[in-house]
Design a binder for this molecule. Sequence first.
Ligand SMILES: Nc1ncnc2c1ncn2[C@@H]1O[C@H](COP(=O)(O)OP(=O)(O)OP(=O)(O)O)[C@@H](O)[C@H]1O
Ligand SMILES: [Mg+2]
Length: 379
Amino acid sequence: MSASASRPGVRRAGSADPDGVLAVQILSAMMLPVLVLNAENGFRHANPAAEEFLGISVVQLKQINLADLLPADHPLFMLISHVRQAGVTVSDHDLNLQSPRLAKRGISVQASPLPEEEGAVIMVFQDTSGVRALDRQLAFRGAVRSVSGMAAILAHEVKNPLSGIRGAAQLLEASVGPSDRELATLIQDEVDRIRDLVDRMEMFDEKPIECRPVNIHRVLEHVRKLAQSGFAANIRFTEVYDPSLPPVSANRDQLVQVLLNLVKNAAEAISASDNPHGEIILSTAYQHGVRLALPGSRTRVDLPLLVIVRDNGPGIAEDILPHLFEPFVTSKSFGSGLGLALVAKIIGDHGGLAEVQSRPGRTEFHLHLPMALDDDPSS
Ligand SMILES: Nc1ncnc2c1ncn2[C@@H]1O[C@H](COP(=O)(O)OP(=O)(O)OP(=O)(O)O)[C@@H](O)[C@H]1O
Ligand SMILES: [Mg+2]
């Protein structure tokens, strides 16, 4: 909890008071949820963002009390009484607003006294779960950079000699008997596996990407077809697309790569669970209010485009969940653990954000992406 001595200059709204009308209009236009409580913690006002945030209309809110939404020992009550007693603005971060009627995690709140009305408190909420996910994503960048450095060394020290080894094994295969031929094939297969691994690591290079307006639904459609004609042939796909979604600002081939990795993981999880009703749901939506700073710059971009890849597999093992986007984290005997690290890197390079939520029967990867601007070169 942090406190500051600032006092808000919000004036009471009244129809005869043009400033008051303006204040109400400003509150209505705000994307952040704003709530005003009276001295008894009854709801006096809620802007549309707050109605959406709580899932309760302003008319209903005015008939209830904060105590009807949260348990009496919730830390928010202590914060509010501190605001009233000290007459200062107080903020708290990472609150959980958890009750039978509310399910919000990772919320920041800033509460201030309303000077014109005894005991009234104005609260502004912010969902900071995305910000924390960004912190985690930024922490992966160091690890990703070390992969790109290692890939350069491996390409030089390992990949070049590998072609010699493969060539020699091919020559041997032609001149030895059937039992040794099998060994020669094995050498070639293993060499191919190592080369593929180094190739995947080389994708972590730090080249700048070229973004263009991309129709995300066409990309998803392409990935679905690729998956269904190969590794996900027995899995049902459902597409839930928002047809009015504007183009995303992205590198199309890299987006294909990201979505293929996510869909492949989903298919592998379903197959490992022997679920005969395996399903992958691809969905898109427009979402207000997600804003992040571009990597390496102070410019903030909106990330209104949301792409979700969801599966009904067994869920992600709890022990790897906190490190999921780091390189070489895998639970598969055949996995390299590079798929999701690459997803985090590519989405980060786009100025976007990748998040995951998982429980048995429902795993969702969320990609928050920027919208293409009108002056982006068209594809
Ligand atoms: N949809 C999912 N359901 C369950 N577990 C998942 C899912 N997606 C990822 N995982 C877990 O996350 C781990 C890391 O995934 P990642 O794609 O980075 O590597 P991988 O699939 O093991 O190997 P590869 O480099 O071949 O992709 C997986 O090994 C798996 O345990
Ligand atoms: Mg994978």
